[in-house]
Design a protein around this ligand. Structure first.
Ligand SMILES: [Zn+2]
Length: 429
């Protein structure tokens, strides 16, 4: 038993009337960018971009209405970096999901977004630590893709390690957002939709849009900042890294707070939780750590340490060890694809530094025994890569982060990746 083992068996109807109204008025921002993620190419994306694209666009645009108002409603008077210093008075009880968490205490709540066909609610825990001192509310979400396990363990560690008496502000953790995908070991919802393309959602839309809306209105709207935890997809693993839109000062504050973690500048894809939260005035970053379907201790430790460092740099926790060896910021990255099908064996590992022309891996046709080499078109660092596996031509195999300085030295030819957030296959959160 832990402090969170206080099952709340009441069914929570995850609707906030006020936000529902807000999410019903101006259809601009998100709709205009929906094509961004669809400009991603490659076989892996086909399941996401077939006949559902247009339906999703209209869902998203309807839901985006009123975001402008939501932003102003959530506008902060002070930068996130000063949130603790400027917090005044006593810590207040935190009201969430129809429950109340007093200052200086922890509680496990339950969020229920949807029902199974039988009409049985599918609920998922929401861990809340409300600090004894006032401050911002930081939210952690994991398993928006149901097969991404490392984040679930990161949320557990961080939430259970925090002492509410020593916390300024509040921590809210949703360890498993996509319960249905998690149960089936799948990235997707049961209807093959990618939940992370439907935020902020729509209460009258598809199942994905309804789940997205329920989470967004009942939990995310209560956050002052958000860290969404992911891993690589389709048997690819990512070096622990923060994906952040570095044009937003509060996002930069979040990003710098992690200490020693690689940063990849990326404009968020429309429909992602990161995009929707930031649009609503809640600065958000994505942390990618490791690959899907496995629990990887080193990646989990790295992610948890980064978030604990963030709590320290935001001032929410004092005396937390700081972890200050800064890692490089990559403003650009490029995917290196397989040109042949066959068995891919890597010659590099996550985090390897590579020069232009270096051998990244070989692909061998198991029938003809013909091998081909995959070489890096850029100097940089391997920040994501496929696990050894059988690949088809076009499979995105190695993700090379390109530092601005290196780029100037080598002047690489423009890559074919889309400019917007580098969305490639399922590799964008
Ligand atoms: Zn993901």
């Amino acid at each position: 038993m832990s402090v969170f083992d206080q099952p709340d068996r009441r069914r929570i109807v995850a609707r906030t009337p006020a936000l529902s109204c807000l999410l019903f008025a101006a259809g601009i921002a998100l709709a205009g960018e929906t094509s961004v993620e669809r400009s991603g190419n490659g076989v892996d994306l086909l399941q996401d971009t077939t006949d559902e694209g247009d339906a999703r666009s209209s869902e998203t645009s309807a839901a985006a209405e009123g975001l402008v108002e939501a932003v102003s409603a959530h506008e902060h008077d002070v930068p996130l970096a000063d949130a603790v210093d400027t917090a005044e008075g006593q810590a207040a009880p935190l009201t969430l999901l129809g429950d109340e968490v007093p200052p200086g205490s922890s509680k496990r709540l339950s969020w229920s977004a949807t029902e199974l066909f039988e009409g049985v609610p599918v609920s998922t825990p929401v861990l809340v630590v409300n600090g004894a001192q006032p401050g911002p509310t930081l939210c952690l979400t994991a398993a928006v893709h149901g097969d991404e396990l490392n984040g679930i363990e990161i949320v557990r560690r961080v939430l259970h390690d925090v002492d509410p008496e020593r916390l300024s502000g509040a921590l809210i953790g949703v360890p498993i957002v996509n319960v249905q995908g998690f149960r089936r070991g799948s990235r997707y919802l049961p209807d093959r939709r990618d939940l992370n393309r439907y935020f902020p959602g729509n209460p009258d839309g598809s199942a994905a849009a309804r789940i997205a809306h329920a989470l967004f209105s009942s939990v995310i709207a209560h956050c002052d900042a958000l860290v969404d935890l992911h891993t690589g997809s389709f048997e690819r693993a990512n070096l622990p890294q923060i994906r952040a839109d570095l044009r937003n000062p509060d996002v930069v504050t979040l990003t710098l707070g992690f200490g020693s973690m690689v940063v990849l500048h990326s404009e968020p894809t429309a429909g992602t939780l990161r995009h929707a939260a930031t649009m609503a005035g809640i600065p958000a970053v994505t942390v990618e750590a490791g690959g899907p379907s496995q629990l990887e201790p080193a990646e989990v430790k790295h992610g948890a340490k980064g978030i604990e460092t963030l709590l320290g740099t935001l001032g929410m926790v004092r005396k937390m060890r700081l972890w200050a060896d800064p890692e490089p910021v990559y403003y650009r990255s490029s995917w290196v694809r397989a040109d042949n099908g066959g068995i891919l064996l890597a010659n590099v590992s996550l985090g390897s530094s590579v020069r232009k022309g270096d051998l990244l891996g070989t692909i061998t046709d198991p029938m003809s025994n013909v091998s081909s080499e995959v070489r890096s078109p850029h100097s940089g660092r391997v920040i994501g890569m496929a696990r050894n596996q059988v690949v088809m031509p076009g499979f995105a195999a190695f993700h090379v982060g390109i530092q601005a300085v290196v780029e100037e030295e080598t002047a690489p030819e423009p890559t074919q990746e889309p400019a917007h957030g580098g969305y490639v296959d399922g590799m964008s959160e």
